[in-house]
Design a binder for this molecule. Sequence first.
Ligand code: 5RP
Length: 227
Amino acid sequence: MEELKRAVAREALKFIEDDTVISLGTGSTTAYFIEYLGKLIMEEELEDVYGVPTSHQSRLLAIENGIPVVSLDEVDAIDIAVDGADEVDPSLNLIKGRGAALTMEKIIEYRAGTFLVLVDESKLVERLGQRMPVPIEVIPAAWRAIAEEVEVFNAEAELRMAAKKDGPVVTDNGNFILDVRFHRIDDPLDLEIELNNIPGVVENGIFADIADVVLVGTKDGVKRLER
Ligand code: 5RP
């Protein structure tokens, strides 16, 4: 599995040119991409490349690997965003947010000229929600009310708990995450909009209609899916 992640991360470098602002996604697959990108910059094979991190994780990795870091409000445009995903359906709709960085990821990836997604073949599903819950970032004081409200969508919500801290996961923005299991998602775009209409929801992990290219690591090589 790690070799498939490395292979898509290497393939993603082919999309990167000089004079580019790149959004740096979050997660284990993008971490390889950041490592390889840093190497090209350090070896001066790429020039005038700047990274816009989507999380504390990608910011720390970018600095560690020698990538010049800028924030969203310092750039006029994002040329390309590179990030992983937890599920990809046949229309290239995504579920993201296992790393709890979905809000900044969506803010930035929505604005990118090209949004390039890196996954291994285990992430491909026929229907979103098949394996993974949809993460929803919520204002802490509203978590319980929102957990009850999502039940009208035929779903169950669970507050995400931290692994190396007592209590819930706190996002980079100081909020909580609800992991919501839907019995069936028929229209990802419609659900994405409806969830964001609930007061107290900051953002949700359905990324409908925004991925341009998905690179899929398979045992037979890297496959390219396009919308
Ligand atoms: C973080 C994300 C990640 O991109 C997603 O969870 C995939 O991660 P990985 O490449 O480690 O499987 O959405 O919020």
